[in-house]
Design a binder for this molecule. Structure first.
Ligand SMILES: Cc1cc2nc3c(=O)[nH]c(=O)nc-3n(C[C@H](O)[C@H](O)[C@H](O)COP(=O)(O)OP(=O)(O)OC[C@H]3O[C@@H](n4cnc5c(N)ncnc54)[C@H](O)[C@@H]3O)c2cc1C
Length: 459
């Protein structure tokens, strides 16, 4: 088990796919285990924790739900996603290892080591979501530049003989960082004297216990661990996320330390960005070049995360010099502008893709709670996007008629959206606004750009 929580922006992506209730159910269980009620409201059960930067818990809750965290362990989130994917007809094969692949103009041939022996698959595209040590990335020769790790981190879920051996929460000891909680027995610790000697060696309880004792100077004993993880802070970013028919997403495309809990936000954001584009290209409805926008939009977002996690490692080191720097950062976060800047950076709420529009709204992601006023009543914008298609909301008959030529790729709803009251608006399947009628570009040009050429009416 690695992640324990996702940011609100990630919960919003799940909301658009109709997974809010499934995620909220898990969060309620987690919060009950912590003895705390899960608050309703907002995405996936609402924000429950304020944010932090390098353990400085000064990021404020904002009225905007995406600034909160949703407590869901990664393995439970994976269960929710697997069930959803299976329901959509995905063929999920566990214990089947990608061993190799080759691509040509017609597609990608993948060699798989399955439980019953090796076999081949042929597909139009290969999306490598196979983690930080991605074989898809390595075999494809993708450049993966960045910085080497300088820390050795461990995470454990175990029984502790003394749960109060260290204060709950984040404590910087002279020997390193100890995070005790939020669930009982969950420890995350970091030593700052270099990367692990052998990253491939199995993680043992003895190793983690020794680190716990070194950092805290106690004789704490760990037993019956249900999860032990070792990590470091090498920060690397693929030079491109696409080589013709092969794509990278998630940790396969970017690795960084876990501070700020941003890995799943990035990975889910990659998937939300790539999924609808790949579907259109695979069906031959949009040109191949649409896939280039995937790297263009997502790579800068990951580059920011790499940098902010590097900054957090610097701010978490022990010692009086860093103490002084943390005090300055803490005081700066008393100022609204500074607080808003850092909250936007860590939560991803300030991400704006450069889609070439002068309008600030274009290239930004909407909040699922956004209201759409239709003749039949008010609807949440997220609830109109369950189909995974683009969406035009308009009260203008001409815009509705134009968008009808993209039927099957773009839905049309009569009404007005609170994001741009009175205007027509085009929202992509990933929740990013692609156009409003205040834009200089005509709607048809924007639809062609994102959803391929219009359907030719039957003669
Ligand atoms: C200690 C720790 C705490 C963290 N906490 C958080 C947090 O609170 N919030 C957060 O958002 N992020 C957190 N992260 C980061 C987060 O866990 C990662 O970003 C996330 O796991 C990346 O997901 P992924 O699917 O890209 O890769 P992975 O989770 O690594 O999944 C890759 C998958 O590919 C499979 N695979 C690998 N090779 C092959 C192959 N050859 N053939 C077939 N399958 C293959 C693997 O079995 C695995 O199932 C944390 C990370 C660590 C280390």
């Amino acid at each position: 088990m690695k992640a324990g929580a996702i940011h609100g922006r990630a919960a919003e992506m799940l909301d658009r796919r109709g997974l809010t209730e499934a995620v909220a159910r898990v969060q309620r269980e987690v919060m009950a285990g912590l003895g705390k009620p899960a608050r309703r409201g907002g995405a996936a059960g609402g924000p429950v924790v304020r944010g932090h930067f390098a353990g400085i818990w000064a990021l404020r809750e904002t009225p905007y739900p995406a600034a909160g965290l949703t407590m869901i362990p990664q393995d439970r989130l994976e269960e929710v996603l697997a069930e959803h994917a299976a329901g959509l007809g995905a063929d999920i094969r566990r214990q089947h290892d990608l061993a190799g692949y080759e691509q040509d103009d017609t597609g990608v041939t993948v060699t798989v080591d399955g439980p019953d022996g090796p076999y081949e698959l042929h597909a139009g595209h290969l999306a490598g979501a196979d983690g930080g040590r991605s074989r898809v990335r390595k075999l494809g020769g993708f450049a993966f530049p960045g910085t080497d790790g300088v820390i050795t981190g461990h995470q454990a879920l175990a029984d502790l003989d003394d749960p109060d051996f260290a204060p709950r929460g984040w404590t910087r000891f002279p020997g390193g960082l100890m995070v005790n909680g939020p669930v009982p027995g969950r420890l995350l610790m970091v030593e700052f004297d270099g990367p692990p000697a052998d990253r491939d060696a199995p993680v043992t309880l003895e190793e983690v216990q020794a680190a716990t004792r070194r950092i805290t100077g106690t004789r704490i004993t760990l037993r019956s661990a249900s999860s032990l993880t070792r990590f470091t802070d090498n920060a690397r970013l693929a030079g491109t996320y696409r080589d013709r028919r092969v794509l990278l997403l998630g940790d396969a495309a970017h690795v960084h330390s876990p501070f700020g809990g941003q890995g799943l936000l990035l990975g889910l954001g990659d998937a939300a960005n790539l999924g609808w584009k790949l579907a259109l290209v695979a069906r031959g409805e949009a040109p191949d070049a649409l896939l280039d926008t995937y790297t263009e939009e997502r790579r800068p977002v990951a580059a920011r995360v790499l940098d902010n996690t590097r900054a957090q490692v610097a701010l978490l080191r022990p010692g009086p010099h860093v103490d002084a720097l943390r005090e300055i950062v803490t005081r700066m976060l008393d100022h609204d502008d500074a607080n808003r800047y850092l909250t936007g950076l860590i939560t991803g709420t300030d991400v704006r893709y450069d889609l070439g529009s002068a309008q600030d709204l274009v290239g930004r992601c909407y909040a699922p709670e956004t209201t759409v006023r239709t003749p039949g009543g008010e609807v949440r914008l997220a609830d109109l996007q369950r189909s995974g298609r683009g969406l035009v909301i308009t009260a203008d008959d001409a815009h509705a008629a134009e968008a009808a030529d993209w039927a099957g790729r773009v839905d049309v709803v009569t009404g007005s959206c609170d994001l741009a009251p009175g205007a027509s608006i085009l929202v992509r399947a990933d929740g990013f606004v692609a156009w409003t009628s205040d834009d200089a570009t005509p709607l048809g040009d924007t639809l062609t750009r994102w959803f391929g050429a219009a359907r030719v009416p039957a003669a």
